[in-house]
Design a binder for this molecule. Structure first.
Ligand code: HEC
Ligand code: HEC
Length: 194
């Protein structure tokens, strides 16, 4: 009997093999997976991947949504919720997940045309498209093409972060490009890392 109690106590004390649900922040990040995919690897064309996203960028986006600066009916309530739960832990969780490129198909010709049109983008987003914390630019690689295109159209229409003076030059530049070129650029950046 005594041996049994000791064995049970030892079993309880021994750490269980760490699985995906033991990762720090997993529980708080769980509700995000319904839309952003398991461990933040999206399967949808309209929703971005969070896996591998640098913590500083995720936190900036959450702040912008929560304050209503970046209007999104989907994200505003979840941003407010995650700020209450603890955004640092959630940001740390997603930053630690491996980025998986979107599975949504992209057209080869669009990728070639997009690469040709990407020189100005590279000045801010990097030659490899992986973004630059110093310039405040996100990693575009492997994101779904539909999401990338939609964000560019939102910039163009002054609907993403309207009135934000720090983003004026980006919006001016987006307005100078037609929607077909924006679609080519979305295909190109989505294709990187596949
Ligand atoms: C109901 C579906 C849904 C849920 C749940 C959801 N999101 Fe989102 N999320 C979206 C959509 C749609 C977008 C794109 C919105 C836009 O146009 O800006 C988005 C965008 C984002 C972005 C911006 C990414 C970028 O590249 O700029 C971040 C960061 C984000 N979500 C984090 C989260 C976190 C963290 C959670 C969980 C607390 C969460 N989301 C829950 C639908 C959702
Ligand atoms: C002057 C620097 C600059 C240039 C040039 C620029 N961007 Fe950006 N881009 C940014 C910044 C900064 C952000 C993040 C905005 C924010 O914090 O909401 C961004 C965000 C984006 C996003 C949204 C990504 C996401 O995860 O939500 C896309 C898509 C994008 N840029 C594509 C492009 C493309 C394609 C080009 C070239 C046609 C381009 N950008 C040129 C600075 C730039």
């Amino acid at each position: 009997m005594r041996a049994l109690v000791i064995a049970a106590a030892l079993a309880a004390a021994a750490p269980a093999a760490a699985g995906p649900i033991d990762a720090p922040g997993f529980t708080k990040a769980f509700s995000c997976s319904a839309c952003h995919g398991r461990a933040g690897a999206t399967r949808a064309d309209a929703v971005p991947s969070l896996a591998g996203m640098p913590a500083w960028y995720l936190k900036k986006a959450i702040d912008d949504y929560a304050a209503g600066r970046r209007p999104s009916p989907e994200m505003e309530p979840f941003s407010k919720m995650v700020k209450t739960l603890g955004v640092d832990e959630v940001a740390g969780y997603f930053a630690a997940q491996p980025r998986e490129a979107s599975q949504i198909k992209v057209d080869r010709t669009a990728v070639v045309n997009g690469r040709a049109a990407s020189a100005t983008c590279a000045a801010c987003h990097g030659e490899d498209g992986r973004g630059d914390a110093a310039k405040g630019t996100p990693d575009l690689t492997g994101q779904p093409p539909g999401y990338l295109l939609n964000q560019m159209k939102l910039f163009k229409a002054e609907k993403r972060s309207p009135g934000d003076a720090t983003l004026t030059s980006i919006k001016v530049f987006m307005k100078s490009l037609d929607d077909a070129t924006l679609a080519d650029l979305a295909a190109y950046y989505s294709s990187l890392g596949r």
